[in-house]
Every structure is written in C-alpha cells, then in structure tokens.
Design a protein around this ligand. Sequence first.
Ligand SMILES: *[C@@H]1O[C@H](CO)[C@@H](O)[C@H](O)[C@H]1NC(C)=O
Length: 92
Amino acid sequence: MPPAMFAALSFPMTKLAHALFPTAMANGTIAGAFAFYVLYDCMHYALHHTKLPSYVREMKKYHLAHHYKNFELGFGVTSKMWDYVFNTVLPL
Ligand SMILES: *[C@@H]1O[C@H](CO)[C@@H](O)[C@H](O)[C@H]1NC(C)=O
C-alpha cells in the first residue's frame, strides 16, 4: 500500500493495540504486525515483478486454477500435499 496510507492506518491500529493490551504487549504486537506487513509486501512485490523459481511458478499457476478453473479442487497454496491426502488435486 502507499506509504501515506500506511502512515494514516498505522495510527488507529497503534491506538487499538494500546487499548487492547498492556504497553509492552501492545509494542510487541505493533512491531510484529509491521514486520510481517513488510515481509508480506516484499513477497507480493516479488510474486509480480521477479522471475520466480519453477516450483513457486507452478504453485502460482495451480492456485490461479483453483480460483479461475475449479474452486472445489486445488486448495494447496504452498504445496499440494493436503490435496493428495484429501483427494482434491486439481489436474492442470
Ligand atoms: C512502548 O512504545 C512506546 C513508543 O511508542 C515507548 O515510549 C514505551 O517506552 C514502550 N514501552 C514498553 C514497555 O516497551
């Protein structure tokens, strides 16, 4: 998200964390949430703008097929392991 929006949203989120938790826990919650947001954003950027390793490319294709081909099959995002277990493998 744009930095200005992040700054605007971080204010109410920080207030909420301090309303819900004692100061030290609120600080930890905010630090953790911000760190994971940055990680998420880097991952999102990489998914769109870099040449992905073939395994990740294949899983991305598999996940898009879950959304646009058959949403009742192909639930795996990081691996197909549970699709094999529950017999929900989506043939591509
Ligand atoms: C929590 O963070 C605030 C700054 O937002 C700081 O002033 C305060 O000392 C911190 N408290 C603890 C217990 O970490």
